[in-house]
Design a protein around this ligand. Structure first.
Ligand code: ADP
Ligand code: MG
Length: 599
């Protein structure tokens, strides 16, 4: 009788393995760069085209391979990194499963070029869908170059799952950023369609590398962490509690040099920050955990993103204590500690609802805009930089009334009520103006009229600001650079998920640019799906106007109040804030007398 069970052909095995290892272009980048690092490379170049769909090329100056090894490397379960089962529990390299190269080759057109130091010539092998088509001897410098073209060309179903170029590029930037953080001693360069997105030379310290990758403003807020335990060593950088993000995407943890996404570690870090973070805010963390490889199993998942600790709670408590120690000497701890709002104290790390630091799967909405208070009660003498604003030293009697002006500026200003409302008189009526709603309306109308005239006035920043976004937002920002330009933001990609902000809308120069751009990016995401561009743009303008605003509960001086009234006359006023709330209310003398039963 014929057997029904058969061994699968090698080619099919590789395609199946590829299903796990090669999810998208960024997984190819991850596997290949790991190989380069395992091969001792000090320079790794990643060149991609079309978000990695058409080309991923990794060039390294590592050990290279001899001809036979080059062929073997493309075989399944062929690895130079482990030999015995004991080795499996003492892994010091990033790879060990011997699956990456054959898996990638099975789903692409792959060219491998490689030369060892003492070989006279290098080898070039070209494969299509895992089948060797050509092999040649070539001249090349020491190292390895792998080109992966037309990923998933033979798996149309998988190819369909690839997202927009920017999205895939975002994931690739993410991978390279992690690798570059893990290895400051290695030079990394990432380019897309010929444009360099990231270029970091060899750095002497993690701090320098973090500075280069995460932006200068941020790195200055990073505190060094160091903890030496018996079986465990923790080093790295953590941000001051004042320097936070709205997602966990800037929390990077590495176990024995390998980037991992791990709930125990994440929970431990947040535990170290207990009482120091506002709800929904997350620190920036680059943490290296070194431990005896025997005490951690990295062979839990094909992509090795997860690990299993033998002594889970020991690891947890040690990390938490180390982070807390690093934060302790700082001045902010002397401040009144905030109530426990930094994290969900009940949530153990097993809580699956807790966000982990992975990019959201494509198609999911952006994380909600930052919930942190964006508007601190700052002194805002003239929130619009309006030339009509009177100087604060103006004598009061001159500014309270300007008869030549329009309706609002000719009101008699009585004063401010509850730091939120202006009280004015017009004839026999009492006029109440919601200062916040009024400001919003003015900002909105000005932005709208500037946009209508073509372009929103910009103000160049004296010191261009490097803004770091999470990967989804970075992809959105990248995609909408032109729209942002129209809206008055001049920005350029700065590698990874960073952009240099060179100019902001004139009206918004006092707003927090990162918070603002995050919100705007989220709003622009909606435009993508909306035909009603104008309406969508209005939404963006409302948002932008919101960021310029004097909040309710802000004490205004008389000149500031008068400036506000004057400004109200300069815009096409609809009597409502852009959110639809009324800006102004009128109480007639009659109504007031009725209240006092005088009629
Ligand atoms: P693994 O990394 O798990 O060993 P891979 O399929 O990724 O498996 O690679 C197979 C082998 O090919 C590696 O063990 C290594 O010996 C060799 N190799 C792969 N990439 C490189 C490279 N860039 N430089 C030198 N050797 C490499
Ligand atoms: Mg590998």
């Amino acid at each position: 009788m014929k057997h029904r069970i058969q061994l699968l052909p090698e080619k099919l095995c590789n395609q199946i393995a590829a299903g796990e290892v090669v999810e998208r272009p960024s997984s190819v980048v991850k596997e290949l760069v790991e190989n380069s690092l395992d091969a001792g490379a000090t320079e790794v170049r990643v060149e991609v085209e079309k978000g990695g769909r058409s080309l991923i090329r990794i060039v390294d100056n590592g050990s290279g391979m001899g001809r036979e090894d080059a062929f073997l490397s493309l075989e399944r379960h062929a690895t130079s990194k482990i030999r015995t089962d004991e080795d499996l529990f003492a892994i010091r390299t990033l790879g060990f499963r011997g699956e990456a190269l054959p898996s990638i080759a099975a789903v692409s057109r792959l060219t491998l070029r490689t030369r060892e130091e003492d070989s006279l010539e290098g080898s070039e092998i070209y494969l299509e869908g895992g089948t060797v088509r050509r092999a040649d001897a070539i001249g090349m410098p020491r190292g390895t170059t792998i080109e992966v073209r037309n990923l998933f060309f033979n798996l149309p179903a998988r190819r369909k799952f690839l997202r927009r170029e920017e999205t895939e590029l975002g994931h690739i930037g993410d991978v390279v950023t992690k690798m570059a953080l893990a290895r400051p001693d290695v030079q990394f360069k990432l380019s897309h369609n010929g444009r360099v997105l990231l270029d970091v030379y060899r750095h002497d310290s993690l701090r320098q590398r973090a500075l280069a990758l995460l932006g200068k403003t941020l790195a200055s807020d990073l505190v060094a962490v160091e903890g030496d335990g018996q079986d465990l060593k923790v080093t790295g950088l953590v941000s001051q509690p004042s320097s936070t993000r709205s997602t966990t995407s800037a929390m990077f943890a590495f176990v024995n040099g390998r980037y991992v996404r791990d709930r125990v570690i994440q929970h431990a870090i947040l535990d170290g920050y207990r009482n120091l973070l506002l709800k929904g805010r997350y620190p920036v963390v680059v943490l290296f955990i070194e431990m005896d490889p025997q005490l951690v199993d990295v062979n839990v998942h094909p992509t090795k993103h997860e690990v299993r600790f033998r002594e889970q709670s020991l690891v947890h408590d040690f990390i938490a204590a180390t982070v807390r120690d690093a934060l302790r000497p700082a001045a902010w701890l002397k401040e009144e500690p905030r109530p426990e709002i930094g994290r969900d104290a009940r949530a153990p790390w097993e809580d699956a609802s807790r966000p982990i630091s992975s990019p959201l799967p494509p198609g999911l909405p952006l994380p909600a805009p930052s919930s942190a208070p964006r508007f601190e009660a700052r002194e805002v003498a003239d929130p619009f930089g309006s030339p009509s604003a009177p100087a604060l030293s103006l004598p009061e009697k001159n500014i309270c009334r300007d008869s030549s002006a329009g309706f609002f500026s000719s009101l008699i200003l009585i004063g401010q009520f509850g730091h939120s409302y202006l009280l004015c008189q017009e004839g026999d009526d009492l006029i109440l103006i919601d200062q916040h709603a009024a400001h919003e309306r003015i900002g909105f109308e000005r932005l709208k009229s500037q946009l209508r005239q073509g372009k929103i006035e910009r103000q160049a920043l004296l010191f261009p600001d490097v803004l770091e976004f999470d990967f989804r937002q970075a992809a959105l920002v990248q995609e909408h650079l032109d729209d942002l330009q129209r809206l008055g933001f001049e920005m350029e990609p700065f590698g990874g998920n960073s952009f240099v902000l060179k100019a902001v809308p004139q009206l918004l120069h006092k707003a927090d640019p990162v918070a603002l751009l995050r919100d705007v990016a989220g709003e622009l995401a909606q435009i993508g799906q909306s035909d009603m561009l104008e309406e969508a743009l209005d939404q963006v303008l409302i948002l932008m106007a919101c960021h310029t605003m004097v909040r309710a509960n802000q004490k205004l001086s008389l000149p500031q109040m008068q400036a506000l009234l004057n400004d109200m006359d300069t815009v096409d006023f609809k009597g409502h804030c852009p959110h639809g709330r009324p800006v102004m209310q009128r109480l007639s003398r009659g109504e007031i007398e009725k209240m006092f039963k005088r009629t």
